[in-house]
Unconditional design. Structure first.
Length: 318
């Protein structure tokens, strides 16, 4: 009897330890790959602005934690060839559990059929970009195109599990944009974390940048020549979340803050943080499905998720 008594806890501990190590290894392996490219400016002011915005994002994302993989192309490195090389590296290194974000800062053009992002040397088309991104084996993707005429790229960039943000609603809005300025600022201003989750999602950054862009044109007493939109579902691009648009964007964490960032840097808490974010994604998805669910079933599912989330948060706070 004594042998059994001492053996069972030992086997139980081994099993629990195995589960913990498994969860930790999954969380540790999950990374976010950021590719930031600042295209050709054509004028010194634009050249400096685009490069500075790209460098600011690079600094922000590199400081986000050990699971951030950041690639930045500016100046003479901002070519179609270097972009292909960089994305090829991401294709080779990334895994199914990873996230991927491509952020393009610069000028774009649209001839009514084809959108192109302006680079040093030959430009790159939306079709070319999509072809490269389609080969990246990440679970979720985000493409942010802050250029002029960027709305013309949406049709070519569409893909399952990919959210798309463009600074303009169509390819016909061809003036230089200011959206990138406020997209960068969203990660420097903690007020963009509107749900107080200690993280900034793609949707929160989009909302922040959109509002700031509108204020800019109002303050300058100018007619707005850009209207940012997004899509993360099969519907038409929108400016606000709703009708299933925004589920992916709201759950795509681009930057953690405060305690969440500390947890991301702590191997002992990384698995818990991953579980918390998965629960938050599930809650967001459930809320979007509310209208189609029985009220009692919706309340039951939501309550269970919120209780799980509270328990995980309690563990994180220890």
């Amino acid at each position: 009897m004594k042998e059994r008594t001492t053996q069972r806890p030992s086997l139980f501990c081994i099993a629990v330890l195995s589960i913990i190590l498994c969860l930790s290894s999954i969380a540790a392996c999950a990374s976010t790959y950021y590719v930031i490219i600042a295209g050709i400016g054509g004028e010194p002011d634009y050249e400096q602005r685009f490069a500075a915005e790209a460098k600011d994002l690079e600094k922000t994302f590199k400081a986000a934690g050990p699971n951030s993989r950041v690639y930045t192309l500016t100046g003479q490195d901002a070519t179609a060839a270097r972009l292909r090389e960089t994305l090829s590296s991401v294709i080779r290194l990334s895994k199914m559990d990873d996230d991927f974000a491509l952020i393009m800062i610069g000028h774009g053009s649209f001839d009514g059929t084809i959108y192109k992002f302006n680079l040093v040397g030959p430009d790159v088309s939306a079709e070319d970009i999509a072809g490269m991104c389609n080969r990246i084996p990440s679970r979720r993707q985000l493409v942010v195109d802050t250029s002029s005429a960027s709305g013309g790229a949406i049709a070519a960039l569409r893909h399952p599990d990919r959210a798309i943000i463009t600074a303009t609603k169509s390819g016909t809005e061809k003036n230089a944009t200011v959206f990138a300025r406020y997209w960068v600022e969203a990660f420097q201003d903690t007020s963009s974390d509107t749900d107080k989750s200690n993280s900034i999602s793609a949707l929160e950054a989009f909302t922040y940048a959109t509002k700031k862009t509108a204020v800019f044109y109002d303050s300058q007493k100018r007619l707005a020549t850009e209207h940012a939109v997004f899509t993360d579902a099969s519907g038409e691009p929108v400016r606000e979340a709703g009708a299933n648009q925004g589920v992916l964007m709201s759950s795509f964490v681009l930057l953690r803050l405060g305690s969440a960032q500390q947890a991301a840097n702590n191997p002992a808490k990384l698995a818990l943080l991953s579980k918390k974010e998965d629960l938050e994604r599930s809650i967001d998805a459930l809320k979007y499905q509310k209208a189609a669910l029985d009220p009692g079933d919706y309340k039951k599912q939501l309550t269970a998720m919120l209780l799980d989330l509270a328990r995980v948060q309690q563990e994180l706070d220890k």
